[in-house]
Design a binder for this molecule. Structure first.
Ligand code: FMN
Length: 260
């Protein structure tokens, strides 16, 4: 599978077939994790956790034996860095046939934080099960996917713009279209899809629109989503990330620019 296909076929798997993750896949994931970098230069660490050993579970996950917890130092833009780096691992896992689900809410957070030995200067923002998808989804899985419309995404013209937010991006070359289509299929918390992109020549300005509300956390979950969107874009189009607000009038928060 090439990266575009990995991105397009990945989805959240919440029902696993009960098999242990093979040692070969564990080793491959651990080796790949060592190589992951993000354009923020913020270190993101992965902690591999045996579910039985630490009594870990999630009310929406079935048939799993193994989790990964993701930690980041408490520094500015740590959410985007974590989103970017963990999505790299998620995509790599799927290229091996290993299913994942980003989980920030539906877990016993304190138990996972303790198992991951989370220090006072770091956040453990998300975890994911790692396992082999079952042929049939559990009832909870089906109901959850349905409630967040997990198989759907907003249309291209509501997400991507040219020059300003008043002008939908209607015409661009195939390479740009592919990269933006990869952004369209990023996973986001509750499938809220906060990412908007304004194209200005070779520069692509990434904005976060809306807010989650509810979850009372010392970080912004939708900035994690933005890191994932940036990962998808840069995995397909490459480019260099910079942070220099172009001052485009927007009902959205500027996050970063990728120049290709
Ligand atoms: C930051 C983040 C947090 C998430 N938290 C949860 C969660 O707590 N529980 C859950 O079942 N899914 C969670 N999800 C998965 C989303 O619901 C899912 O990605 C979205 O509905 C799109 O579906 P897909 O991943 O199958 O494409 C989370 C996703 C992200 C990116």
């Amino acid at each position: 599978m090439d990266i575009k296909e990995v991105i397009r076929t990945r989805k959240s798997f919440r029902t696993f077939d009960g098999r242990e993750l093979s040692q070969e896949d564990k080793d491959a994931l651990a080796a790949y994790a060592q190589t992951i970098e993000n354009p923020y230069g913020i270190p993101v660490s992965f902690v591999w956790l045996d579910a039985a050993q630490y009594k870990l579970s999630s009310p929406v996950i079935n048939g799993e034996h193994f989790y990964v917890a993701v930690k980041v130092p408490k520094v500015p833009r740590c959410e985007e860095a974590l989103g970017f780096s963990f999505e790299k691992l998620v995509l790599y896992a799927w290229s091996l046939g290993v299913g994942t689900t980003w989980i920030a809410g539906t877990m016993n957070r304190s138990r996972f934080e303790e198992a991951a030995q989370t220090g006072p200067d770091e956040f453990m923002m998300v975890v994911s099960p790692l396992g082999y998808p079952a042929a049939k989804q559990s009832f909870v899985d089906r109901r959850l996917r349905g409630s967040v419309r997990g198989d759907e995404r907003l249309p291209f013209e509501q997400l991507f713009f040219e020059g300003d937010f008043a002008t939908p991006l209607l015409d661009c070359d195939d390479a740009v279209k592919d990269a933006l289509e990869a952004v369209r299929w990023y996973p986001s918390a509750a499938n809220k899809q906060p990412c908007r992109v304004v194209k200005a020549g070779d520069a692509f300005h990434f904005y976060k629109k809306g807010s989650m509300g509810g979850a009372n956390r010392p970080w912004d979950s939708q900035k994690i989503d933005m890191g994932i969107a940036l990962c998808h874009f840069m995995s397909v189009a490459g480019g260099v990330l910079s942070i220099a607000d172009p001052g485009i009038a927007a009902d959205a928060e500027y996050i970063a620019t990728v120049t290709i």
